[in-house]
Design a protein around this ligand. Structure first.
Ligand code: GDD
Ligand code: MN
Length: 356
């Protein structure tokens, strides 16, 4: 959109620029933003950059609509962005890196998408038409790995992006747990029902200075993803809990089986069926209350489906045990349980504990 068109649209927005040592990039960036969207407020949120970024920003305020928020006791991109969103004077905010890796010329398209009804418009490198210029290969791999880890949390194609437009009224700051770099992922994950669109952009590596996305930030990202898996009960966390529950069920099952075979001198089949019935019910209770906590179906119906699924697991276990009758019953039972568990996982996930 040209300068004239954007002026005609009367776009009023706040451009939030989180900065740490961006003195070399800020003048060119601010000039390009002002060129593209002259009415926008430019809000620099600086964390006491040693290179004097804040004083460069204050100098730019004499010529451009730049406001500076300086944080002296805090560091961190995610919290800096939230501080900018909280202090913005407009209801529509664009967040972008201050190192010229995000094209200011794409700002009007992001704002237009929000004005057209979206709650969040992502400047996306991975949407159809998106591009990445001159970025080290290992950075691409790290970005793609992060995108894959985020897949169980959001379907957005570029959740690692730092360039997005957001309608401020959408945000519930108390529900966000900002840490590290990926504030967009935090907003996407914890803002239920948000209408999100992706606008393809051309991402280029920074012009001057160094990336702050170091190993500490990558560790913070992994902690953030794990916290989101747990808080949202995403499938990796559900699978982990299902396997933990399965391990507990296996221990209960084997203890009863050994007690019946060794102590009560029962036969293999009777012992397996009895041990299975008791351990399966214990497992049902644990899976219902802990593993699939958000997927409550009526007890009778869900228990019946769970028993059917588990019966398939039992039949699998008996078949494997009898096929391996020549080996020790503990090993045969263990192999049978492993084979039956897969059957039980699928039936539990799909039916027994499915969302109502
Ligand atoms: N206030 C503040 N405090 N700003 C920060 C801090 C901080 O502690 N750390 C980084 N920034 C600012 C930088 O000045 C820059 O404007 C922006 O945040 C992104 O930091 P970069 O150092 O440029 O990170 P990158 O180039 O590796 O970008 C990665 O993260 C960005 C933000 O999520 C990539 O994943 C990009 O795609 C992404 O946009
Ligand atoms: Mn950057």
């Amino acid at each position: 959109m040209s300068l004239h068109e954007s002026a005609a649209v009367g776009i009023r927005a706040t451009i939030v620029l989180p900065t740490y040592n961006e003195a070399g990039n800020l003048p060119a960036l601010v000039a390009r933003i002002a060129e593209v969207i002259p009415q926008a407020e430019i809000l620099v949120v600086d964390d006491a950059s040693p290179d004097g970024t804040a004083s460069v920003a204050r100098g730019l305020a004499r010529r451009y609509p730049v406001r500076t928020v300086e944080r002296s006791r805090e560091r961190g991109l995610a919290t800096a962005v939230l501080r900018g969103l909280a202090e913005a004077s407009s209801g529509v905010c664009v967040v972008m890196d201050a190192d010229l890796s995000h094209p200011p010329e794409a700002i009007p398209a992001l704002i237009e998408a929000v004005r057209a009804g979206a709650d969040i418009a992502v400047g996306s490198r991975y949407a159809v038409g998106g591009e990445i210029d001159a970025w080290p290969r290992w950075r691409r791999w790290v970005s793609l790995a992060g995108t894959l880890l985020a897949r169980p949390i959001t379907g957005v194609r570029d959740p690692m992006a730092g360039f997005f437009c957001v309608r401020r009224s959408l945000l519930r700051y108390e529900e966000l747990k900002p840490r590290g770099f990926k504030i967009l992922l935090e907003i996407l994950a914890r803002t239920r029902g948000a209408r999100v669109v992706e606008v393809p952009i051309r991402f280029a590596d920074r012009r001057t200075g160094d990336s702050k996305f170091g190993s500490r930030e990558r560790r913070e990202f992994l902690k953030q993803v794990w916290a989101l898996y747990r808080d949202l009960n995403a499938w990796p966390w559900r699978l982990a809990k299902f396997l933990i529950t399965g391990g507990i069920g296996y221990a209960v099952h084997m203890a009863i089986l050994c007690a019946l075979v060794e102590g009560a001198r029962w036969g293999r089949t009777g012992s397996v069926v009895c041990a299975f019935a008791l351990s399966m019910t214990a497992n049902y209770a644990l899976n219902r209350s802990w593993t699939f906590r958000a997927r409550r179906a009526g007890v009778a119906r869900s228990y019946a489906i769970y028993v059917l699924g588990a019966a398939g697991g039992l039949l699998t276990q008996l078949a494997v045990m009898h096929a391996l009758s020549g080996i020790h019953y503990v090993l045969a039972a263990s192999l049978g349980i492993a084979a039956g568990t897969l059957f039980t996982v699928l039936t539990s996930q799909q039916w027994a504990f499915a969302k109502r």
